[in-house]
Design a protein around this ligand. Structure first.
Ligand SMILES: NC(=O)c1ccc[n+]([C@@H]2O[C@H](COP(=O)([O-])OP(=O)(O)OC[C@H]3O[C@@H](n4cnc5c(N)ncnc54)[C@H](O)[C@@H]3O)[C@@H](O)[C@H]2O)c1
Length: 355
């Protein structure tokens, strides 16, 4: 069987990684997915593609496991590495930062070093095709008081999560500058869409509205994010892999008018009011409650995406209202997916407290 390419993806059972795994398979690639299956992973997410034994290979394990990572390189000889694997929930990084250092810094560094060692075994022709793409976040730049940040804005992370992502970005950039290792970095805004773990804002609110539970919003709810539909995001990553210039960073955002969190929750309530009105009761908005803010909560994230629009010819297609409707519809039709996660009882006491 011939493949377009062999792509080594880490964190492919997570939210964004799983969408990217699907996209790569659609594009005719072979995928090797290394995932530690932490609390944030769900194997249900890819159960339909696991049958494709010729093109999809799963390896359970950690990106900081050097021997395991090395064995994947020697067995599959990938031509691209895409690092999605991370601890991703800001609240958890505030409560216990250690795991963020282990995975997001030491893990990313181990993957980087092993990728570079493998790269050095390649022929000149193979080297030309090799790429290491790291998925990063807008949070590395910190809160944005003015014009949206360009790729060269200074890093100013606020949370341990953001600091760990910033550290990895710097290490990865250093491998380009020092060794001319062909890296790419993408920094994106908040994603939403199907298969997002229920502790993140949008799925959390959808699942709670579904059972008419209180909808807790941090602080004033005026924190601003620029929501990016996950399918737009993975298309952007794919395009960066095809035409991105190594050594470069590309910002990716939804260009959705920077919606405050409280408006996101109100929109979800409106969708529920339309598709499933409460019996003899007022709007779902009645369920909104305001709770103590997250410590160090950044007020606004905003990225300038002129570079990716100009150089890669990518721009987002999905408008936030439409994407949100699709997302709510998906969670309502696929309750088996999140019910399975809730049934495992992942730190359920946390549900509804933060983010
Ligand atoms: N979700 C967003 O809105 C967003 C925004 C900006 C950037 N990002 C970045 O995108 C990437 C993917 O985010 P996501 O929301 O899909 O994450 P997620 O939390 O849904 O999934 C993370 C995946 O990584 C795996 N993983 C965690 N630690 C690992 C380790 N040590 N070794 C191997 N696998 C491990 C988990 O099992 C899980 O499958 C992350 O790097 C994140 O920082 C996400």
């Amino acid at each position: 069987m011939s493949f377009e390419r062999t792509i080594f993806i880490t964190g492919g059972y997570g939210f964004i990684g799983s969408h990217f795994v699907r996209l790569c398979l659609q594009k005719g690639c072979r995928v090797i997915n290394l995932d530690a299956l932490t609390y944030a992973a769900s194997q249900g997410t890819l159960k339909d593609i696991e049958k494709d034994e010729l093109r999809y290979h799963f390896q359970k394990g950690q990106i900081q496991d050097r021997d395991l990572v090395r064995s994947i390189f020697s067995k599959f000889k990938p031509s691209m590495v895409i690092n999605f694997a991370a601890e991703t929930h800001v609240d958890r990084s505030i409560d216990s930062p250690r795991a963020f250092i282990d995975t997001n810094i030491l893990g990313a560094f181990t993957l980087l070093e092993e990728s570079y060692s493998f790269f050095n075994t390649l022929t000149e022709k193979e080297k030309e095709n090799f790429k290491f793409l790291h998925i990063s976040t807008d949070e590395v730049f910190g809160s944005c008081p003015g014009d949206a940040y360009k790729e060269d804005a200074p890093y100013n992370p606020s949370s341990p999560y953001a600091a760990s992502k910033a550290s990895a970005d710097l290490l990865i950039k250093s491998f380009y500058h020092t060794y001319n290792f062909p890296v790419l970095i993408t920094n994106c805004t908040n994603n939403y869409g199907p298969y997002q773990f229920p502790e993140k804002l949008i799925p959390l609110m959808v699942i709670r509205a579904h059972s008419e539970q209180p909808l807790p919003i941090y602080g004033s709810g005026m924190q601003i994010r620029d929501w990016l539909y996950v399918e737009d995001h993975v298309e952007a990553i794919w395009s960066v892999l095809q035409v991105g210039k190594t050594g470069n960073t590309y910002n990716i955002a939804g260009l959705n008018g920077e919606v405050p969190n409280k408006v996101v929750v109100e929109e979800i309530c409106t969708i529920f009011d339309n598709i499933r009105p409460r019996q003899n009761k007022a709007s779902y908005r009645e369920l909104i409650t305001y709770v103590t803010d997250r410590p160090g909560h950044d007020f606004r994230y905003a990225l300038n995406i002129e570079k990716i629009k100009r150089d890669i010819r990518w721009s987002p297609k999905v408008n936030f209202r439409e994407g949100l409707k699709k997302t709510v519809g998906w969670y309502l039709e696929n309750d088996w997916w999140w019910q399975e996660i809730l049934a495992k009882g992942y730190q359920a006491e946390r549900l509804g407290l933060r983010k």
